[in-house]
Every structure is written in structure tokens, then in C-alpha cells.
Design a protein around this ligand. Structure first.
Ligand SMILES: NC(=O)c1ccc[n+]([C@@H]2O[C@H](COP(=O)([O-])OP(=O)(O)OC[C@H]3O[C@@H](n4cnc5c(N)ncnc54)[C@H](OP(=O)(O)O)[C@@H]3O)[C@@H](O)[C@H]2O)c1
Length: 256
């Protein structure tokens, strides 16, 4: 079985590559940093190919998918849209460039992978597309307004696509992690509840993908808290999250 993972050069993507390789998947590894992808190819216990590429470039993603399929000997059975960026944002200091970056990588990047793999999955009447969204997409989180918005967009798209693609034999999985230790969360200077390792996250995600889950959401306490928070009246939500606006991040690391 062949899988392609975007954002495979670090964090959750790299850990998922290790986990799927251990389970016998061959892998197409897509991200911009070719040196990290090459190193990963050398480490993995299964056949894999580095596909250096920027997910914001639709033609480049299509080309990378083609190269991956040729190198691995057939079309991808699983595609994981994992590449993502998170830059803290505040409505009072709104930065359009940051908002554009998150929109282009998190949402358009997912669409570009979708565009590149879905026609072949429909034709073969098999395959699975997964998007790594976030628990942060379940409600608008102060200091993460744009990031939350991109993850909510991913969730809405994946949910509707899941229903639409079912008759074609193609599965869709939404993955909503809580806080995971990766370069993305390194910048956070606030306490991250129920923080877990990328390896743990990768195991949970791989289990969910292999059993064909519709939604994989973890860890359970964060998931339950946010699911309950969705029912909070708006006035209560505003009071409960007011303090979040002052959350601290290390701005040096915020845009890497
Ligand atoms: N860590 C968490 O707590 C957490 C929680 C919920 C959801 N998530 C989501 O999980 C996913 C992975 O995040 P992470 O925590 O593992 O962060 P990470 O370690 O910073 O990894 C982000 C990955 O995205 C890739 N990427 C960024 N921009 C790209 C572009 N334009 N083209 C291609 N690849 C690009 C990066 O590779 P290059 O720089 O080499 O291109 C890197 O491999 C993201 O979608 C994130 O939103 C993370």
C-alpha cells in the first residue's frame, strides 16, 4: 500500500511517516526542505521517495504526486494533507500576509493534494484522503483566530467530501489533534494542556486511518472539553476565553 504525506519533513508528518513505514506502507514524502526528506528516506524501514515541493503551488503538487507514483510503482492508496503553518494572530494587530500564508498552506495546500489524487481514487473506486485539521477548528480561539478559521474550513470541506465520495468507494478522514510536541508548538510560552508526543499522535492517527475512521480526535480530555465548549452560550465562551488574548508565544520561532 502506498501513502503520500505532505509536511513530512518534521513534527507529526515525519512521525506518521515512521509509523506507516513500520506498518509496511511505502511512502511519498512531500515538503519544501529536501535535505530533511532525504534524511527521512534513509531512516525509514520501508521504500520511500522524497518529493520536495511547495503545497501552495498546485502544478508542483500534481507533478510531485506523479513522480511519487512512478517511483513507487502505482497510484497512492492514502493521501494525508498534513502540511500546515500556525502564526499567532490578533484582530487588533491583523497582518494580512500572515493570514494569506496560513490560508494558502493550510486550506489551499489541502485542496492541491485533493486535486492531484482524488480523480485516480474515484476511477479505481478505492483510496482514502485525510486532512490534519485541529481541535482548534472546533471554535474560534483568541490569538489563533486565523489558524482556527483555516482548520474549521478544512473540517467543513472534509466532512462534506466524506459524504460526497462515499458512493465512489473513496474514504475521507478528518484528523483533529490537540497539542502535540513539534516545532510548531515550540514557540508557545503558555501551558499546553494534555500535551503529547508526535510519536503517540502518529500511532493514533495511523490506527484511525487503517480502520477507516471518519474522524480521529485526540487526546480524549481535550476533545471532550472542546466538544462541550461548542455548546457554551457565546457570552460564557467570551468570558472563559478572554484571558487567552494574552497568551504568550516566542515571536522568533512563530514564523518558521
Ligand atoms: N503540533 C500541534 O499541536 C498540532 C495540533 C493540531 C494540529 N496540528 C496540525 O498538524 C500539522 C503538522 O504540524 P506540526 O505540528 O507537525 O508542525 P511542523 O513540525 O511545523 O510541521 C509542519 C510541516 O508542514 C510543512 N510545510 C509548511 N509549509 C509548507 C509548504 N508551503 N509546502 C510544503 N510543506 C509545508 C513543513 O515542511 P517544510 O518547512 O519542509 O516545507 C513541515 O513538514 C499541521 O497541519 C498543524 O496545523 C498540529
Amino acid at each position: 500500500m502506498r501513502a503520500i504525506i505532505t509536511g513530512a519533513s518534521s513534527g507529526i508528518g515525519a512521525a506518521l511517516a515512521h509509523e506507516l513505514a513500520r506498518r509496511g506502507w511505502t511512502l511519498g514524502l512531500l515538503a519544501r526542505r529536501a535535505d530533511l526528506l532525504d534524511a527521512l528516506v534513509r531512516e525509514l524501514p520501508a521504500k520511500s521517495v522524497a518529493l520536495p515541493c511547495d503545497v501552495t503551488d498546485a502544478a508542483a503538487v500534481r507533478e510531485a504526486v506523479k513522480r511519487g507514483e512512478e517511483a513507487l510503482g502505482g497510484p497512492f492508496d492514502l493521501a494525508v494533507a498534513n502540511a500546515g503553518v500556525s502564526v499567532p494572530s490578533h484582530a487588533a494587530k491583523f497582518k494580512l500576509a500572515d493570514a494569506e500564508l496560513m490560508t494558502r498552506v493550510n486550506i489551499l495546500g489541502m485542496f492541491h493534494l485533493f486535486d492531484a489524487v482524488i480523480p485516480s481514487m474515484i476511477e479505481r473506486r478505492s483510496g482514502r484522503f485525510a486532512g490534519i485539521a485541529s481541535i482548534a477548528g472546533l471554535r474560534g480561539l483568541p490569538t489563533s483566530s486565523v489558524y482556527s478559521a483555516t482548520k474549521a474550513a478544512m473540517q467543513a470541506f472534509l466532512e462534506a467530501s466524506r459524504v460526497e465520495l462515499r458512493p465512489y468507494g473513496v474514504g475521507v478522514t478528518t484528523v483533529n489533534p490537540g497539542f502535540v510536541i513539534t516545532p510548531m508548538t515550540e514557540k508557545n510560552r503558555f501551558k499546553m494542556p494534555f500535551l503529547m508526543t508526535a510519536e503517540e499522535a502518529a500511532r493514533i492517527i495511523a490506527d484511525g486511518l487503517e480502520r477507516g475512521a471518519r474522524v480521529v480526535e485526540f487526546p480524549l480530555p481535550t476533545s471532550l472539553l472542546m466538544r462541550m465548549a461548542r455548546f457554551l452560550p457565546d457570552a460564557v465562551w467570551d468570558r472563559a476565553t478572554g484571558g487567552y488574548s494574552k497568551r504568550k508565544v516566542d515571536s522568533e520561532k512563530a514564523k518558521r
